[in-house]
Every structure is written in structure tokens, then in C-alpha cells.
Design a protein around this ligand. Sequence first.
Ligand SMILES: Nc1nc2c(ncn2[C@@H]2O[C@H](COP(=O)(O)OP(=O)(O)OP(=O)(O)O)[C@@H](O)[C@H]2O)c(=O)[nH]1
Ligand SMILES: [Mg+2]
Length: 299
Amino acid sequence: MTNKHVSGFVAIIGRPNVGKSTLINALMGEKIAIMSPKPQTTRHRIMGVLTKENYQIIFVDTPGLHKGKDLLNKTIDKVAVSAISDVDLILYVVDRKKDDAQDHVINYFKQANSKVVLVINKIDTLPSKTAIDEIIVSYLDSYPFLAVIPISAKEHTYLNKIEEIIVPLLDEGPRFFPEEMKTDQSEEKLMSELIREKILYHTEQEVPHAVAVVIESLEENQELNTLDVSALIVVERTTQKQILIGKGGEKMKKIGMEARKEINHLLHTKIHLTLWVKVKKDWRNRPSDLKSLGYGDDV
Ligand SMILES: Nc1nc2c(ncn2[C@@H]2O[C@H](COP(=O)(O)OP(=O)(O)OP(=O)(O)O)[C@@H](O)[C@H]2O)c(=O)[nH]1
Ligand SMILES: [Mg+2]
């Protein structure tokens, strides 16, 4: 018997903060999506291409589904919703017992008649096997899941089960992408995301969600053998700008240092990073600002 080659698109879907991006990074074995303890970290659809001898899985990380009020939230919600109908299979990630908020997500599966595997994440935080079973039971009546996989994305527990279970669920198909391609995210996009990740870690309350980051220029400095990166951080209010910069510029310095370290690592090149902060009033509700800041074009 010759081995057939299977392939397919597998979206990682769920409420905010359940660990979807942590999961895609763990499955890929490298960081392609930023992660943070704050909900609504991911704002784009991000592809991770896993190529093995007999199969290619294209994982698609998506923003957490929630009913946000502003235009940015509505736009990023659409990113996840459109992924649901575009893919061959869904990994539905949850981290607690079912509540009403999950119906919002499950209804989309019903509408699209999706093939869904339920993934119970963060089992490292659960006290016992019984606690895992209780979570599983709370979901069973809500949808005909093809399988249930308890994991810890953070501690890489039972991750191999995911490939084991989903490969047989995929149809015969080609390698859609070259073997060496790991993600569709450009280095520039990943750089701006890493800067945003550090901001998410260092700010509280409304500030993290009011931030957008764009790379303004990239220039090779041949003399110093560095890459000079200039990034613009956009916030909505002057007070947010002040918080972000911090007393004597301390906070911005810290964010810049941490971001530079990760970007150095990512590009295997020394970079020189300059960060600028600008106030754009109410950008999250202005279609033209959303577009110029890179949101909405992947819906
Ligand atoms: N204890 C524990 N924490 C986890 C696990 N997986 C993710 N986390 C944490 O959960 C938080 C959210 O992780 P993300 O991967 O950013 O979650 P997300 O679902 O992508 O969030 P959004 O993009 O906002 O929808 C982070 O603080 C992670 O470290 C896990 O298996 N165990
Ligand atoms: Mg995420």
C-alpha cells in the first residue's frame, strides 16, 4: 500500500484568553503568534504550516470570539467567524466548564455544520482527573464533537494527541505550501506584534486594548551591521500616551528593551529599535484608521 498524503486547514477557535495562540506556538515548536494574560491579544488570522512526510496541516490561529462593542472588536470578531466557514476542521479550545458565553461560539459551528474537535486546555491548573471530566461532560450535549482532547498548551502535555487525532480526520490532498514555509506572517508584522505583546504585559485596564503598532521604517545600517527599526505606537488618548511612556520614559524603555531582545532572536540580527507614540483619537472606531493600522484586510 502506498502512503497517501493528506492535508487541510485547521482553525483554532475559542473565547478570548483560553490559550489559542499558546497552542499554535506549541504545535509549531516556535513563536509565530504573540501571547499574553490579557484577553483580546490576537487581532489577526495567523497561519502556522506544519509539514511532515505524509501530511501538511495548516493551523489557523484566530482572535478570541466575543461580542465587542467598538468597530475594531467587531472587525476582529469577523476574522474568527470567517475562519470557521473557511476551514476543514476546527479545534475548539476551552479552559473551563461550559457557560452561556460559549453558545455564541457553538452557534457558529452549528451554522457552518463544522467538523469540531473539543480541546480542554490548561489541565495543569486543574486539581484532578474528575475536574477534567466535569468540564468535558458540561460540553457533550452542546455539539457532536468528533473527539475530546485534554491538554496543557503551556506545559506541552498531550500535544502529540492532537496530531494523532486530526490527521485521520483530514482528506487526501496536496502540499499547499512549500516545506520551508512556517507562517504567512511577514517579519515586519511579527515585529510589530512582538512590540504590542510587550505593551500588553506592561500596561493595565484600557491601555492594552487602545494600542496599535506599525513598523514605519526598516533600514540596514552597514556601518554598525545592524537593522534600524522605527515603530509607531498609536493610542487613543493623551493620558494613555503618558502611561505608556511612564515616569522619565522608564516604561517605554523597558518595553523597547524587551521587544528588541525578542526581535534580535527572531531575525538573528542585531537591531536598533526606535519607538514613537502618537495619539489618534478614537482610532478603534474609524474605518480609515483601522485600515491604515492594518486591521480588517484579512476578513
Ligand atoms: N496554566 C496555563 N496557562 C495557559 C495555558 N495555555 C495558555 N495559558 C495562558 O493563558 C493566557 C492566554 O494565552 P493566549 O495564548 O494569549 O490566549 P488566546 O486564546 O490566544 O487569547 P486571545 O488572543 O486574546 O483570544 C496566557 O497568560 C498564557 O500563558 C496552559 O495550558 N496552562
Ligand atoms: Mg491569541
